[in-house]
Design a protein. Sequence first.
Length: 238
Amino acid sequence: MRHRQVDPQSPRPNLVQQLADSLRAEIAAGAIPVGGRLPSESRLSAAHGVSRTVVREAVAALRADGLVAARQGAGVFVQQLHPHGGSPFQDIDPERISSILDVLELRAAVEIEAAGLAAQRRAAAQEEALFAALAALEAAHAAEGSATAEDFAFHRAVAEATQNPRFAQFLDMLGPEAIPRARLSDQRPTQAEYLAQIQREHRAVAHAISARDAAAARAAMRDHLEQGQARYRRMLRR
């Protein structure tokens, strides 16, 4: 599990928020499942390069959201994926193509602009994280796994690079269900072609962001999400 290092020069309230956001992202991506135990205070402190006080305050923020709960003598456990009674997107049904298309259309409205902002604002560490996510996605494809978590992590890395935390929070609300690739990857005759095409699309987004070309980044993300819509519409016509 790859951890984002929190900037030790940031003011402490930012450290707390950054760590809380990082933990929310891991939970949303399934790295810490519902019922799973958060790493110990000392492990979180070492992994993220922050004090134990910051860890305690970040975990307290997750507890206030209802995302995690402490069990005396046992630790802190994830109790739900979405705080405060569930996400407004909890009825996403990856088995219904119409539901998938609805989500892809909404994602396009947000993520195209996110890609442009990421190209304008990304820091070197965020560029590195983006290419690490791209490499992880490539490895998942090579292993012939579903790669849903890796795909979600890539899009979240784009959102993080905007320097606006609301973009990542939006994706966290959608959760990994926003990446409905499993239905397409089940189409065995076209699986290799599909995986190669989708990786080309991701690579185009990453390289445009790396080059700080906002127009190209928006165009690449638009192409990626519109191609996704087209692929699912073709399934509707079968």
